[in-house]
Design a protein around this ligand. Structure first.
Ligand code: GLN
Length: 242
């Protein structure tokens, strides 16, 4: 593999990969290749060490028990935190998002420590599960178009003082706190409740991850017609009266 390859790490596909989240890795890989950037992809199972040399790490969602196992193994492994300390970019979804925070409530009803890479804390929502299509406005400094995705979670996530909300919902629950926030980010670590897969529905987010990893301000245009068709279809479905 050439030295200028982008190193993409898909963390624990055996535990964390619900609702097609693996599509996120395919989208990042494809959009890098379309720009002539070779990708060295590592799918790291939960019985393997996480490499510290990755440029972009992707983590998906999961049910409550696999989520606890993933948190235990990531804490023991420690390498994701080392990679972030070295400037790596992390994009996490749902259970993966909760694991990156300070703590969440596990399948045994206990407080489970996370990695503390995001200044967020998750609890269990007392009300109905948050399920359905979401539309949200992404935090303005990120300069990205409207966020579309699908959520399915019981967890409710509170942002600490240093985390910025990734987006503000127009439709759907997002973090579930009632303050309208959806997801969070601290520097190069991002978390969202959006499945979909979210990067297929929002390829501009994949491009932002690539821009950060490649340290460039812009990327060559690619043909986004199919992504646009998917976005329009999902946005229309979400906004149509029942
Ligand atoms: N188990 C977590 C929750 O319900 C995350 C679910 C998910 O990743 N879809 O909050």
């Amino acid at each position: 593999m050439s030295d200028n390859s982008l190193r993409l790490v898909w963390v624990y596909p055996d535990l964390l990969s619900t609702y097609g989240d693996q599509g996120n890795a395919l989208v990042v890989e494809r959009r890098a290749n379309q720009r002539g950037v070779p990708v060295e992809r590592h799918d790291v199972r939960s019985d393997q060490p996480v490499p510290t040399s990755g440029d972009i790490y992707l983590i998906g969602g999961g049910e409550d028990r696999p989520q606890r196992l993933a948190a235990e193994r990531l804490r023991r492994d420690g390498n994701l935190s080392r990679a972030v300390a070295n400037g790596a970019i992390v994009f996490s979804v749902c259970a993966g998002y909760q694991i990156l925070g300070h703590e969440f409530i596990n399948d045994l009803g206990q407080r489970e420590p996370g990695l503390g890479l995001l200044d967020v804390t998750s609890t269990r929502g007392e009300g109905e599960r948050c399920v359905g299509d979401v539309l949200a406005d992404i935090d303005e400094p990120l300069g990205l178009p409207q966020l579309t995705g699908f959520e399915n979670h019981q967890g409710v996530t509170h942002l600490g003082p240093t985390a910025r909300p990734f987006a503000r919902v127009r439709l759907g629950k997002g973090n579930g706190t009632g303050d309208g926030t959806e997801g969070a980010y601290n520097d190069t670590v991002f978390g969202t409740y959006m499945h979909g897969p979210v990067l297929a529905r929002n390829p501009q987010i994949a491009d932002m991850l690539l821009r950060l990893a490649l340290d460039v301000n812009a990327l060559p245009q690619v043909d986004d017609r199919w992504y646009e068709a998917l976005r329009n279809e999902r946005i229309a479905a979400a906004t149509q009266p029942a």
